[in-house]
Design a protein around this ligand. Structure first.
Ligand SMILES: [Zn+2]
Length: 83
C-alpha cells in the first residue's frame, strides 16, 4: 500500500510534440520519488528523454524551433536539438 506512493507517476501531456521524432501526444511526464524527487519527460515513440518538468517551454520551443535553427550555435544549455 505504501510502496505505491514512491513509484514513478506517468502522465500523458496532450498537445505536446516530441522534440526528436515530432510525434504529437506521445510525450509523458514522469515523476519519480526515489532515490530523490525528480521530473522528466519521455517520448513513448522514440524513448527520447529530457529533463524538463514544465511542458510549456517545450511547446514554445517547438514553435521557435525554426528561429533557433536559423540562428543556431548559441547553445548555452545541455539541451540539444538534432534535426
Ligand atoms: Zn519521440
Amino acid at each position: 500500500m505504501r510502496y505505491q506512493s514512491s513509484r514513478p507517476k506517468r502522465q500523458f501531456l496532450a498537445g505536446v510534440k516530441c522534440p526528436k521524432c515530432e510525434t504529437m501526444d506521445a510525450i509523458v511526464q514522469v515523476r519519480i520519488f526515489e532515490p530523490e524527487a525528480d521530473e522528466y519527460i519521455e517520448c513513448t515513440q522514440c524513448q527520447y528523454i529530457e529533463r524538463r518538468p514544465d511542458p510549456e517551454p517545450i511547446i514554445e520551443k517547438n514553435a521557435q524551433l525554426d528561429l533557433v535553427q536559423s540562428s543556431a550555435t548559441g547553445t548555452s544549455g545541455a539541451v540539444k536539438f538534432i534535426p
